[in-house]
Write a protein that binds this ligand. Structure first.
Ligand SMILES: [Zn+2]
Length: 435
């Protein structure tokens, strides 16, 4: 978009600042020019330039757009599968089913649908781990999303070729995906971490997700998982630790010391009966860069407001502690998504890149709305509808795009129905007719 963008008279603006403070502003306008938020203020002070693209902000809430910090986006096609299994049963069956169904085409179409749904939830970028990452990056880059993705292979020729292909795709950040400590032997892990460090790549790994996992690692190595990463020198500021449901207090200190990053997936953890939960308040208070993600098919949707709600609720339920306040945690969780990726964003302040979402709130479900209850009213209550998503100078989601996106989605869905969904018994998590 070459012309400036002007959001006029927004009813509410959630102004998140670099210092993690949050200020709710009312009836003000926002001007975006050359990728950057130029001004926020009353229309008399923050004026609409001639020829600007205008978004009517009345009955709307403007907020920072989200980074979905942990996904397996192409698991869209497995949505609703194995609805009642605990983690180990679930992962064994899902991996077998993936082996029998996954193709590059399926990953492409499934990612396309998942990414359209992310746009519908105010997401501008995501950190992904899955088969055929190049297909996901291609699909989601075509929609204007930022994709952080990387190979899941153990073969270094495949790894370097995949990274090269990812580097060539617009808005794609190549990373190293290392599924977990329990799926690889020490020698392979050593090589993967060493390769990632040498190439200055983010390392994305599931850690301390279940109690069984932490005891498996203990039995094998004599250390708890994060402690093991620390001892092996694999923990640094480019390591993204996902889940941490069973992390120990001294391991939190290691995460903090090494400035490693953390991502929680509360809905997926609850659905898979993983129990435990990270000491989120303590971690954020210590300045650990932590955010949230919707995970794969066990997360069921890409709704970040809802994931944020689950984070607050699960923490409170687990720790009998309300210090993880909805206003205090929100700017941290939002901004940290960008910080994990090394991007400047999540901040709604003059001079910062414009990553914004415009929500349209519902007359009944999100009211009575005032300056003092706007955040809980859109997080705890039903969530408002995403109307626009802005990624720097590009409007990547808007009412005039919905028809075209709908056509793209129809085509992708038809392919998935014919080539995968109709062959799958979702309750048992296997192909129809197979044992
Ligand atoms: Zn995951």
């Amino acid at each position: 978009m070459d012309e400036p963008l002007y959001i006029s008279n927004a009813s509410y603006i959630l102004v998140t600042r670099q210092d993690y403070s949050l200020h709710v502003r009312t009836n003000e306008s926002i001007l975006v020019e050359d990728d950057i938020i130029k001004c926020i203020g009353p229309s008399e002070a923050c004026r609409k330039p001639r020829g600007a693209y205008i978004i009517d902000g009345r009955r709307r809430i403007v907020a920072p757009a989200w980074i979905n910090a942990h996904t397996h986006v192409a698991m869209y096609y497995l949505r609703g599968s194995l609805p009642d299994q605990g983690f180990w049963d679930w992962i064994n069956r899902i991996m077998k089913l993936e082996e029998e169904t996954i193709t590059p085409r399926l990953v492409y179409y499934s990612s396309l649908l998942g990414c359209i749904e992310m746009l519908m939830n105010g997401v501008v970028g995501f950190i992904d781990m899955y088969y055929h990452p190049v297909e996901t990056a291609k699909a989601c880059s075509s929609l204007g999303l930022i994709t952080a993705n990387g190979p899941t292979s153990k073969d270094f020729e495949v790894i370097s070729k995949t990274l090269e292909k990812l580097r060539a795709i617009k808005s794609t950040i190549p990373i190293m995906n290392i599924h977990s400590l329990y799926l690889y032997d020490t020698e392979t892990l050593e090589k993967l971490f060493e390769y990632a460090s040498r190439n200055n790549l983010l390392k994305n790994i599931h850690v301390s997700e279940t109690r069984r996992e932490v005891y498996m690692v203990w039995k094998e190595t004599g250390h708890w998982p994060v402690e093991y990463l620390y001892r092996m020198n694999w923990l640094d500021d480019k390591t993204i630790l996902v889940h941490l449901n069973w992390v120990m207090s001294h391991e939190v200190e290691y995460i903090s010391e090494k400035n490693a990053k953390a991502v929680f997936c509360p809905q997926s953890s609850m659905r898979l009966a993983e129990a435990g939960f990270a000491p989120v308040y303590e971690m954020l208070s210590r300045g650990i860069t932590a955010s949230i993600g919707t995970d794969g098919s066990s997360g069921d949707r890409f709704n970040m407001l809802d994931e944020y709600k689950q984070l607050i609720l699960l923490y409170r339920h687990n720790y009998w502690d309300t210090r993880l306040s909805i206003y205090w945690a929100y700017p941290r969780i939002v901004i940290n998504g960008y910080r994990i990726l090394g991007l400047k964003g999540g901040v709604v302040e003059e001079g910062y890149p414009a990553y914004l979402v415009v929500y349209k709130y519902d007359k009944i479900r999100n009211n009575p709305l005032t300056k003092t209850n706007v955040l809980p009213a859109i997080v705890y209550s039903d969530h408002p509808i995403t109307e626009y998503v802005l990624s720097r100078n590009e409007i990547i989601y808007s009412p005039d795009k919905t028809d075209k996106l709908g056509e793209t989605a129809d085509k992708a869905l038809e392919w998935i129905m014919d080539n995968a969904a109709e062959r799958i018994d979702y309750i048992r998590g296997r192909l129809i007719g197979k044992q």
